[in-house]
Design a protein around this ligand. Structure first.
Ligand code: G3P
Length: 220
């Protein structure tokens, strides 16, 4: 399963680079607005920093404008993926873009029916927002599982990108379900490193070692 970072913050994204754990990035208009800097400059920096796929969302809602915007996004870098909302105009745009070889990520998916249509339109990625479903008392992970099994039934090439992740358990459950990708905020990714037994275990190792180090000076 690939791990993408759901952020437009260069400092935070950069803090995870060099470990081999970041396979890509997803952004959205809200995340870019949070950075409050020129969005074109911001996404260009992310595309340079991260070799993997970086999703950048169109803000147009009409077919022609979406295609124009997504095409411009795709030209920003070989790793750029145009994020398109799940609408009728959006799916028409995805089909046109897919035929032209532009990579797409269909966003704001909240039902299996929408995921079927995204795949039919030729999306590279389909993004179910599981946390937002949990927020309204529905089982978001159930939706992710259903989409994964539907795509498997027909060997559909569209990748399931589980989004709107709220905790490390979401990541584990997505992996168990066989998701292609999870995208998670930097805070959740940080939580995945931690375990109290790791902290206490390391503390004890170093404490025991300090007694030995006091007697024998020579060590690497
Ligand atoms: O980037 C799309 C998605 O992951 C947004 O998540 O936390 O705003 O529901 P959230």
């Amino acid at each position: 399963m690939k791990i993408f970072i759901d952020s437009a913050n260069i400092r935070l994204i950069d803090s995870f680079m060099g470990m081999g754990i970041v396979d890509g990035v997803t952004t959205n208009p809200s995340l870019l607005a949070k950075e409050n800097s020129d969005p074109t400059v911001q996404v260009k920096k992310i595309l340079k920093l991260v070799p993997g796929h970086v999703s950048i969302e169109v803000v147009s809602t009409e077919y022609e404008k979406m295609v124009r915007e997504a095409t411009a996004i795709s030209r920003l870098g070989r790793n750029a993926v145009a994020k398109i909302p799940m609408t009728k105009d959006g799916m028409r745009a995805v089909r046109t873009l897919s035929n032209a070889g532009v990579k797409t990520n269909v966003t704001l998916i909240f039902s299996s029916a929408q995921a079927i249509l995204a795949a039919k339109a030729g999306a590279t990625y389909a993004s179910p927002f599981i946390g937002r479903l949990d927020d309204i008392g529905t089982n978001g992970m159930e939706l992710a599982r259903d989409i994964i099994s539907i795509y498997r039934n027909y060997s559909i090439k569209t990748k399931v990108l589980v989004a709107s992740i709220r905790n490390p358990m979401h990541v584990i459950d997505a992996a168990k379900a066989g998701a292609d990708v999870v995208t998670l905020p930097p805070e959740i990714l940080s939580l995945m490193f931690s375990h109290p037994l790791t902290d206490s275990g390391l503390k004890k190792f170093l404490l025991d070692w300090s007694g030995l180090a006091a007697k024998f000076k020579k060590w690497f």
